[in-house]
Design a binder for this molecule. Structure first.
Ligand SMILES: C=CC1=C(C)c2cc3[nH]c(cc4nc(cc5[nH]c(cc1n2)c(C)c5CCC(=O)O)C(CCC(=O)O)=C4C)c(C)c3C=C
Ligand code: FE2
Ligand code: FE2
Length: 354
């Protein structure tokens, strides 16, 4: 019998394997104004990101935000762009390749972006063509928010609901409590701490409109007051993004041995006039030097890969602001990026779900 007859057809070779979809937020295809505008339009037209009705959202995004913000954002993307393209995408590609190597043949690992490319649809279609009926979706967000993790889950469900065979889907909601997530930032911070005697430690997370926290509050305002309610993470507030950020800080400072009073959790990147979760990083950055805190180490633990929000906003813009207000040293701890610990963490998330 000919060898080709004995070989399984390509599709059946994949049967029984598990698909792993790694999903980050997205990034423009290039730092040009038209590509940034296209990306911002897709991103901000998501009803989980700008959570207002379709008509005002369309007017706001197409009439104001995309035209006016795109040129400014494009300049920042040009600063963060490297020879490998967008760092956010590059580190995603490294994670895809390394996780595939670590997990081996029983898994098919694909990277996708919630907005722009490679799309979630293209990743899922690869699994579908290979006949994979078990899929694990891992959003690259340590803390759950409807605007990020929720939106990815939503998009995956929107796509698979059209399929004849609905796959066995597993969604990762958050991983801020994974010891390797904490350890990754702690290791990156240690080389800074060994060299400098910092006065203060700043944990700056991406912000979110307060309205979105309220909408997800299962206690309907009984427990969540957007204040000291976030001093513990429990069954009542486990999906509250603000509470998860405070919990992340508590875990990091515990492991780093940072005493009470020497650190602050805060929120950056406010967009628009509505109140976003507080305290705002910008206000804190201006106040710290006045209080005699002139040497600061900053962390950005809402991101697993360095990007515009970390390198430029925290690493450069806040540093400049801090120095303008009398600060002397502002350093930023890099994110998990391509570290082996990050790949091990991803492998743990997969293995604990098969
Ligand atoms: C970490 C989680 C994130 C949350 C929560 C989040 C909410 C959120 N973001 C915007 C608006 C913008 N975000 C932008 C960039 C951006 N945001 C995240 C993550 C979260 N966003 C990442 C990883 C990135 C960087 C992407 C990159 O390619 O580097 C931008 C674009 C950049 C800019 O113009 O400043 C906007 C706009 C809203 C409105 C929102 C809450 C609902
Ligand atoms: Fe954002
Ligand atoms: Fe809260």
């Amino acid at each position: 019998m000919e060898a080709s007859v004995l070989q399984k057809p390509a599709a059946t070779k994949q049967l029984g394997k598990t698909g792993v979809l790694l999903v980050n937020l997205g990034t423009p295809d290039s730092p040009s104004v038209p590509d940034v505008r296209k990306y911002l339009r897709e991103f901000l037209m998501d009803g989980r990101v700008i959570d207002i009705p379709l008509i005002p959202r369309t007017l706001l995004v197409n009439g104001i935000i995309a035209p006016f913000r795109a040129p400014k954002s494009a300049k920042t993307y040009q600063e963060v762009w490297t020879e490998n393209g967008s760092p956010l995408k590059y580190y995603g590609e490294v994670a895809e390749r390394e996780l595939q190597r670590v997990l081996g043949d029983e898994f098919v690992v694909k990277l996708a972006m919630r907005y722009q490319s490679p799309s979630i649809q293209s990743g899922l279609e690869i699994f579908q063509k290979q006949g994979l009926t078990k899929i694990i979706v891992i959003p690259f967000f340590p803390q759950y928010a409807s605007a990020t993790t929720g939106s990815i889950h939503d998009k995956v469900m929107e796509i698979v609901r059209e399929w004849q065979i609905i796959p066995d889907l597993t969604f990762v909601s958050s991983f801020l409590d994974h010891p390797k997530f904490i350890e990754g930032f702690v290791r990156n911070a240690q080389k800074f701490i060994q060299q400098t005697d910092y006065d203060h430690f700043v944990f700056s997370y991406h912000g979110l409109p307060e309205r979105q926290i309220r909408k997800g509050d299962v206690t309907k305002g009984q427990v969540c007051k957007l204040g000291s309610c976030c001093d513990s993470l429990n069954a009542m507030n486990q999906y509250c993004y603000r509470a998860q950020c405070f919990e992340t800080t508590r875990r990091l400072v515990k492991q780093l041995g940072i005493p009470e009073g020497q650190y602050t959790t805060c929120f950056q990147s406010r967009l628009g006039k509505d109140p976003w979760i507080q305290p705002y990083t910008e206000d804190l950055v201006k106040e710290l030097p006045k209080k005699g805190m002139k040497r600061v180490l900053a962390f950005s633990p809402a991101f697993v890969a360095d990007c515009l929000e970390t390198t430029i906003e925290v690493g450069e813009e806040y540093k400049e602001l801090f120095e303008e207000h009398g600060g002397e040293q502002w350093d930023l701890v890099e994110s998990l990026n391509d570290s082996p610990l990050w790949i091990e963490l991803l492998a743990d998330l997969v293995k604990s779900r098969v």
